[in-house]
Design a protein around this ligand. Structure first.
Ligand code: SAH
Length: 253
């Protein structure tokens, strides 16, 4: 996992790392880590951190805490870490989003992760361009990297689950009915009459459509299994704008 992450990570420099995500492979003793690649560059060039400085760190899918830099040069950095805080709670929210165009995909995955979405499903709607499914951005390494960026941004360590539902009908028939029995199930649709609910306390499953919107058959298939169609108002928003607006409204508390 670390290898995949580092390979991708070295390509991009990201300027919002509020927590340094650590991997098991980074540990050179019980409480010492050695970092290279993207995280080294970020710590040296963006944080401008030096020996003796303290950074927020967290072990992927585990506890968070702080790290004190004990050694640093242009090839690697060493820190002594204390992991003594639990990560923040996730929202009890499953986000089912029609596969966006590749350029938007990264932003949607990273921001859903930052918002605390527990589970993300990318599904195929009628108006999703078939070529999107061939994008290298759907590679496991990139999908992991985007979630890591979201965790670093929000100071969280726990990866949201991520699933690809390439075929809508079996997904609708085999997986969605189970979610309907366990959560409030909503489809976000600009034309809906009902407003999106606010201040939910319970789990929710939220479906977002593709750029071209849902076709009527998709809306009625979802309604038939118990989804409620809701709107944020008549303004038609991009997926990446609708997503934080919906999440902020559903779990405003
Ligand atoms: N032309 C499309 C717009 C799609 S926008 C249409 O008219 O449906 C992409 C997705 O963002 C939509 O399918 C919906 O899930 C969500 N969305 C955008 N604006 C919204 C709004 N005002 N209310 C609820 N959902 C919205």
């Amino acid at each position: 996992m670390k290898l995949l992450y580092s390979n991708i990570g070295d390509v991009y420099v990201v300027r919002s790392m509020n927590l340094v995500i650590l991997f098991q492979d980074d540990f050179i003793s019980d409480c010492q880590v050695r970092l290279t690649g993207r995280r080294l560059e970020h710590i040296r060039n963006i944080y401008r951190a030096k020996v003796g400085d303290t950074l927020r760190v967290g072990l992927l899918n585990e506890m968070m805490g702080h790290g004190i830099i004990t050694d640093s040069d242009e090839h690697e950095i060493e820190m002594e870490v204390v992991l003594d805080q639990p990560p923040p709670h996730k929202l009890p929210l499953t986000l089912i989003v029609a596969l966006p165009r590749p350029k938007v995909l990264n932003r949607v995955i990273a921001s859903a992760t930052s918002l605390g979405v527990a589970r993300i499903v990318l599904f195929n709607a009628w108006k999703v361009e078939k070529s999107y499914w061939k994008s290298p951005r759907l590679d496991e390494a990139n999908l992991l990297h985007q979630r890591i960026l979201g965790l670093e941004q929000a100071s969280d360590t726990v990866l949201p689950d991520l699933q690809l539902a390439r075929f809508f009908t079996p997904f609708l028939q085999n997986q969605l009915p189970r979610l309907v029995s366990q959560s409030i199930c909503l489809v976000a649709h600009p034309n809906a009459i009902k407003p999106c609910p606010t201040d939910l306390q319970e789990p929710c499953t939220l479906v977002l459509g593709p750029e071209g919107g849902f076709i009527p058959d998709e809306i009625s298939a979802l309604e038939k299994i118990g989804f409620l169609t809701v709107s944020l108002g008549s303004r038609i928003l991009r997926t990446e704008t609708a997503l934080p607006a919906l999440v902020g409204r559903l779990y405003s508390g």
